[in-house]
Design a protein around this ligand. Sequence first.
Ligand code: ADP
Ligand code: MG
Length: 338
Amino acid sequence: MNEFSIIDKYFRPLTRDFAGAVDLRDDAGYLPIPPGHELVVTKDLLVENVHFFENDDPGLIAQKSLRVNLSDLAAKGAVPLAYSLGLVLPKRVDDKWLEKFTSGLAKDQKEFGIHLLGGDTTAGNQLTISVTAYGLIPSGQRVLRGGAKPGDLVFATGTIGDAGLGLKIIQHSVIPNEREGSTDINLHLAIPRSARDNKLIERYYLPQPRVGLIRALCDAGAVNAAIDVSDGLMADLRHILVESGAGGTLYLKQMPVSAAAQDFINHFTVPLESLAAMGDDYEIVFTSPAETEKKVQEIASGLNIPIHSIGQITDNKDYQIFNEHGQIIKPATLGYQH
Ligand code: ADP
Ligand code: MG
């Protein structure tokens, strides 16, 4: 298959409703920006055997590639607009693979209202997917990592740790090491990789970008800072603190944990700080002025997005993490290191 027949057969149909893509018949695509708006741009690269496994369902790989970018847009309060797609395809990629991959893209384009703008395709050894996503915010309404203010409440959407546990299950290497203070998970458990109906595994393969929440909070003046949780809750909250020049508290006891994750950690006595150090959740951590708490709760429940208050921003530079027993802990790792 050459690049042109791939474009004709698989990519052009994905641009049908989007004039800016010029039917993929030009050297570039065009994105009109409505007056009074700013374009928000983000890119996430996914590489096989690093971010996904070679034999993963191509449709899920496609959806995840889009969703990790949608999560960045969501955290910045941006309304999804378009994306461009860079692909490095190894020889084994055939029609069947491309068919499934582009069906996954089509599904999420519809679900999230985002359009394919263009891209580039080349042959290579390691399957690589590079998505650049574009979204819109009203000018002057950036929601940065660095906007947190002392006194703000810290919130997290959804539940934390599911995707990380799902990944551990997929890798067959579960179970915490019970040494005091350790966040290692290194024993072995035979959960078959075929257990694809597991909720935790599903969370790993198909994150739920929380599109709409930060936009609505920002419009209501009810958010100061936000980040999406890709490296781990503790690590990503740290990014907010560092960029904001502030300190903060994090109460792991208040961290939202799903029923499936709770079952798992009860069974294997995984400490909460292990969950809080796991990546791939694609939830959002944000901070809001304390006086807007009621409004924050109303907006989130109106959007059907569960949120929990998990800590506070303080005016010193300390980052204090409390475990479920209310003791201050110093975890060896806060999250995924790039
Ligand atoms: P150029 O040589 O000008 O870069 P290409 O031959 O690479 O153009 O691409 C032709 C058209 O197909 C362009 O509109 C480009 O955006 C589109 N295209 C190529 N690869 C992809 C892809 N992976 N996804 C979406 N569009 C693509
Ligand atoms: Mg090209």
